[in-house]
Ligand binder design. Structure first.
Ligand code: NAP
Length: 330
């Protein structure tokens, strides 16, 4: 299912939702920014703890899982569940707990004074505590085929999608720890993993490099980039180009995994929240950021695990920390 279809499906499933609040209802105990697994879980826990909670979900709620097909590794679903369906269930559960969800985009925040202010294009909301759960997006190659074959062979998560590609040749793009880890993981399923890297040396740590270089199933294509992805219903070929010789060749592959890093969605918070050099939120004390009362959960601060279940766990932790903060600052 393509991203736009999935987001639309979630938006269409809003039958019994509370409507946008009127002017008097713009003050909340907690505002959660973002509606992926971490945001929804934070909403569930905050509402259950009795706090008047708003989730501002963005225009297309659901996070990265709306771009995924089947999710086999989220506990509770014996036969797996489609990513968009999982997000619809999380949304409905969050609403049943009493969380207000508004599908609007946050355009600005003001964390300098209390109550905190969170602004959309049309409204200004106030709250006593904020949970930032805006997630991260995988960096893209920028090829047209990436969009065309997203969920149809092109993936950004080997842990999520690898088991769907048994006994096929696969491509992994990238030269960092993620690419090497994913290539190594994918050798469990693939007949051959072609690792395409734009330079002639890897960025990954030595120990991981050695493991991959000694793995007979991984074939390295140095100084190379993918320039085209082809197929019909699903992708079945990728064209790669050697950047030094200009030579182009076509590989027959069932899947292509892009592992060239992630970009956290933190532009809104520059100059207010401490971010690391790559833009990830730096947590100061448990789930709290450098500002007391502002917390973060999920891929927006976690560059290591990046799973739906870990994001949900971080959402839970942030909500518990919010409860403690609001109790102490009643
Ligand atoms: P990363 O370290 O930033 O590596 C990204 C890789 O993708 C680099 O090799 C880079 O090439 C390549 N790349 C970037 N943009 C590209 C483009 N447009 N086209 C083609 N190639 C491109 O990202 P990461 O591997 O996701 O790792 C992120 C952080 O998580 C790192 O600190 C890493 O150590 C950590 N991590 C650790 C583990 C582990 O310890 N088990 C596992 C995963 C990640 P260049 O090398 O030429 O720049």
């Amino acid at each position: 299912m393509m991203a736009a279809d999935a987001g639309t499906a979630i938006l269409e499933n809003k039958d019994s939702e509370p409507k946008i609040p009127d002017k008097q209802n713009t003050k909340f105990d907690v505002i959660v920014i973002g509606a992926g697994p971490s945001g929804y879980t934070a909403g569930i826990y905050c509402s259950r703890a009795g706090y008047n909670t708003l989730i501002l979900s963005g225009i297309l709620p659901g996070g990265q899982l709306v771009n995924t097909t089947e999710v086999e590794n989220y506990p509770g679903f014996e036969n797996g569940i489609m990513g968009p369906d999982l997000m619809i269930e999380m949304r409905k559960q969050t609403q049943r707990m009493g969380t207000m969800i508004i599908d609007d985009e946050v355009v600005n925040v003001d964390f300098r004074h209390k109550p905190f202010k969170v602004l959309t294009a049309s409204e200004e909301y106030e709250c006593r505590a904020v949970i930032i759960a805006t997630g991260a997006n995988p960096r893209k190659l920028g090829l047209e085929g990436e969009q065309t074959f997203g969920g149809k062979g092109v993936s950004y998560c080997a842990t999520c999608d690898g088991p769907f590609f048994r006994n096929q040749e696969l491509i992994v793009v990238g030269g960092g720890d993620s690419a090497i880890e994913e290539a190594t993981f994918l050798t469990k399923f693939a007949t051959t993993v072609h690792l395409i890297h734009r330079r002639d040396e890897l960025r990954a740590s030595k120990v991981m490099q050695e493991r991959a270089l000694n793995n007979e199933k991984i074939k390295f294509h140095w100084d190379s980039k993918v320039i085209d992805i082809k197929g019909e219903q699903k992708m079945n070929q990728a064209v790669i180009k050697n950047l030094k010789t200009g030579e182009e060749k076509t590989l027959d592959v069932g899947g292509l995994f892009v592992a060239i890093g992630h970009e956290p969605n933190t532009k809104l918070f520059v100059n207010q929240i401490n971010l690391d050099e790559e833009g990830y939120i730096i947590l100061k004390n448990k789930a709290q950021t450098n500002i007391e009362g502002v917390f973060a959960a999920g891929d927006v601060h976690d560059r290591n695990y990046r799973q739906a279940i870990t994001a949900a766990g971080f959402g839970c932790m942030a909500a518990i920390d919010v409860d403690k903060y609001l109790t102490e600052n009643a």
